[in-house]
Design a binder for this molecule. Structure first.
Ligand code: ASP
Length: 270
């Protein structure tokens, strides 16, 4: 039995959320492969790391100092690391990133770093292997995912191990980093689940499944217990924010059930 889990930005927002994730992963030995997003919002008017990275790139492009933004990003991750007592050399990682920025980093590479740092920390915290997205998620030149090559690469890398993988990006044939569209870690999770023929793809977020209404507007909306792939695709395509609209395709091809779960309410079946 193998479960592939994906944790979204709010699930990765701070050290307290990492603790919840560790409890979730440890409570079931089949939860062996974990895909993560960049740190998201901790509270309503907080910043998402990916948004800050985009902002950093805009500053870089226009020759305006990005130091204070990069420092905010660095501090968020260092705070998580220190609170959890981890040792990942983030200082070294951020020095290397700054050098890349000084020598002409691409926008896609820069904005992918949120997922990269999240995965480094989560891998150390869970004691799982870190598998970089550039080691298996391959794109064709037209930007479509090369499923055959990617699936074969991930199968070989994971084998029977436990792994953490950054979402949202992969590698172009010319060796450059390419990102998926915003919210794309959902797709990475679905691709990983399909690659590994997982028994279930658990998508962990901050709502307990697909709800009948937006919980920010309607109080306590009911959960839709079950939906077909096509219903789910239509709901996400027409604006239900729970899932990236392209998520269903890889899991539908392999007939893998997709279970939407809440990191803050782990006992809810979703
Ligand atoms: N961090 C990326 C974004 O904010 C991807 C994701 O979280 O799925 O869009």
């Amino acid at each position: 039995m193998l479960k592939v889990l994906k944790f979204g930005g709010t699930s990765m927002a701070d050290a307290a959320q990492y603790r919840k994730i560790r409890d979730i992963v440890r409570s079931d030995p089949s939860r062996r492969v974990v895909v993560v997003s960049a740190a998201g919002k901790r509270f309503a008017d907080d910043n998402k790391i990916t948004d800050l990275l985009f902002l950093c790139y805009a500053h870089l492009q226009y020759g305006v100092s990005y130091d204070s933004i990069l420092d905010m990003i660095r501090e968020r991750y260092i705070a998580i690391r220190d609170e959890l007592g981890l040792k990942t050399d983030l200082e070294g990682e951020f020095d290397a990133l700054r050098k890349r920025m000084e020598s002409g980093i691409s926008r896609e590479e820069l904005v992918s770093r949120g997922e990269y740092f999240s995965a480094l920390l989560m891998a150390e915290y869970l004691g799982f292997r870190f598998i970089d997205a550039t080691q298996w998620l391959y794109f064709h030149y037209d930007g479509a995912v090369d499923q055959e090559k990617s699936y074969a690469a991930l199968q070989k890398l994971v084998g029977s191990s436990c792994a953490v993988i950054p979402g949202f990006y992969g590698l172009m044939p010319d060796g450059k980093i390419r990102t998926l569209t915003r919210g794309g870690s959902d797709i990475t999770g679905a691709l990983a689940a399909a690659a590994l023929d997982a028994d279930v793809y658990e998508n962990w977020t901050d709502v307990s499944g697909i709800l009948m209404a937006d919980p920010r507007i309607v109080e306590n909306p009911k959960t839709i217990e079950r939906a077909t792939y096509s219903e789910l695709r239509q709901l996400s395509y027409s604006g239900a924010q729970v899932l990236h609209e392209m998520t269903v395709f890889p899991v539908r091809e392999k007939n893998i059930p997709l279970n939407i779960r809440n990191t803050n309410e782990p006992d809810h079946p979703g």
